[in-house]
Design a binder for this molecule. Sequence first.
Ligand code: KG4
Ligand code: ZN
Length: 354
Amino acid sequence: MTTAGSNLPRRLLAIETSCDETAAAVVDENLRVLSNVVASQTGLHKRFGGVVPEVASRAHVDHILPVIEQALSEAGTRLDDLAAVAVVTHPGLVGSLLVGLTAAKTLALLLDKPLIPVNHIEAHLFACRMHAERDVFPAIGLVVSGGHCNLYDCQGGRAYELLGSTIDDAVGEAFDKVASMLGLSYPGGPSIQKSAESGNRKRFKFPRSFERDRDRLEFSFSGLKTSVLYEIAGKPPRDYDPKTLDPQYVADIAASFQEAAIDVLVTKSRQALAARGRSTLCVGGGVAANARLRERLAAAARDDRFELILAPMAMCTDNAAMSAIAWELLAAGQTAGLDVDVTSGLVRRKPAGK
Ligand code: KG4
Ligand code: ZN
């Protein structure tokens, strides 16, 4: 099928405002990304060491229209050329999600085009599908981000079974908190990764939760975070100024923490692959951008002979291009009316018959 009056493949506009990135992308029906614009708010949240929901939703209001305009202009696409409007409706921060949804509803109404609600977690995994340029399921799916740390059995089509998730903090949140303890900049993931490059990952033995418990496909990072705090500040923790920490000590903690977190992610992925007899692992989310995690997963894939499909770097942290899963939703008739709402939590999708 083509865009009306032309031979071009149809195009959709995707909008993403689930957390602290205002993003819009134009993707055609062959999953070619024509533009992928992300306005990051990290500068605004930096001094708080984490995302402040109220600040995030206000910034989305400021950014949403320029970001959409830029996405359309970079893709050489007029509003009239669009076949549909996709928008992330869950999970995420309600106030933030509402900004994107309101923009998407307005455009869909004005243009009289289908409105397609997208699940943010599913979109993170779809980034792997876009990278592979083919169907990648059945597979084990690992989503590792600032808000989520989930393992799925992706059975094919849109049947996902949640095998386990974190019982406390998401792994990206642990990176952000440990970075703040070390006086490293926000977001913590990239700064821990950078500092760890010159650190000794064996210097500190931090805990690896549930590592030996093969049947427990869950994560916990709060004990790891607390161990790091006790190492830096003593037990009970005393007040300290992160600026006074020795740079080599900081690098060694960063490297040892990163290794502990990654050990758990790699081990649980392997256990999930074995438990479900799958031979493909798909990994998405902001933490999937971590170079050491990518290296360790690649080594595990060679050792255990599974196929590893990582989200491409440009589609690890939040972006709208990965919402191109909307093409599949559109084909399945999964569009929404103007009464569709946002939800903060994860909508668990069980496979048919379970
Ligand atoms: O997927 P994302 O952009 O937002 C959520 O859906 O939560 O993930 C953001 C998270 C942050 O916690 C950030 O510190 C982490 O991803 N992150 C990383 C790296 N780049 C981003 N964590 C580890 N290493 C990285 N290179
Ligand atoms: Zn995300």
